[in-house]
Design a binder for this molecule. Structure first.
Ligand code: ZN
Ligand code: FE
Length: 257
């Protein structure tokens, strides 16, 4: 399975999964149809699946136009998103599996950004490979999604599921927010050497206008404050008494950063 990262809108990424043997493709969170159709033409592949993580327009905006071109494509989304994702045919729950070519994604229910948000995890096909996580707006490189329809407790529970995946997992998040996220992270975690190094790397990458996605889950575990709600240093920095309060305060500070 090959993964193509297609930039869209101001800072979105659409991900196209390609099975070259069968000339099949699936797309994760098509903000718009054009970049997907262009990539499909270049590859000579047909679209068989649209995998939506949640209902926001910058994740489902291309669904209808893609379905016009590929009427047999199956549209997947979270069960709780019923009525909110254009063309949705499959209503997924935690633990469900989605087949694509010779591969299969596991569905993780990760509410918080929205009440219906799901993530798709492709486990490694061989021991030498890394898994691939498509997490929409739940986990970002250096950050996490805003809590539009969920609570800090819910988001911690959701992010715990992602944090439990192997360190070498490739993290394909839907936005290029990394630099701003890490600039915030450093304000609450100044002495974190891994974070300092990561910020320097990301600054260099972004100054060349390159993408910082995919990220690596091991790096996220060490540098992303929103995966470290149980870090006692962060807890004392934000003057919280417990994990939920730590997370809530971090999220609140980031909202106005
Ligand atoms: Zn969103
Ligand atoms: Fe988004």
């Amino acid at each position: 399975m090959q993964i193509y990262r297609l930039p869209a809108r101001a800072d979105n990424y659409i991900f196209l999964l390609h099975n070259p043997e069968q000339k099949l493709a699936a797309v994760v969170d098509p903000a718009d149809a054009e970049p997907v159709l262009h990539c499909l033409r270049t590859l000579g592949a047909s679209l068989v699946a649209i995998l939506n993580t949640h209902h926001h327009g910058d994740h489902v905006g291309g669904n209808v136009q893609l379905l016009q071109q590929f009427p047999d494509a199956v549209v997947y989304g979270g069960a709780e998103d019923r009525g909110r994702i254009p063309g949705q045919q499959v209503f997924l729950q935690e633990g469900d599996r989605v087949a694509f070519g010779d591969r299969e994604a596991e569905v993780l229910f990760v509410p918080g950004h929205t009440r219906a948000h799901i993530a798709y995890y492709f486990a490694p096909a061989t021991p030498n490979e890394a898994g691939n996580l498509f997490c929409g707006d739940t986990l970002f490189a250096g950050g996490c999604g805003r809590l539009f329809e969920g609570t800090p407790t819910q988001m911690i529970h959701s992010l715990s599921k992602l944090r439990a995946l192997p360190d070498n997992t490739c993290v394909w998040c839907a936005h290029e927010y990394t630099l701003k996220n890490l600039e915030f992270a450093l304000t609450v975690d100044r002495t974190n050497v891994a974070l300092q190094q990561r910020l320097a790397e990301v600054k260099a990458v972004r100054s060349g206008n390159e993408a910082t996605i995919p990220s690596n889950l091991g790096v996220e575990k060490r540098t992303n404050p929103f995966l470290r709600w149980d870090d006692l240093g962060l807890r004392s920095t934000v003057q919280a008494d417990n994990d939920v309060q730590t997370f809530a305060r971090l999220r609140g500070m980031k909202d106005t950063f």
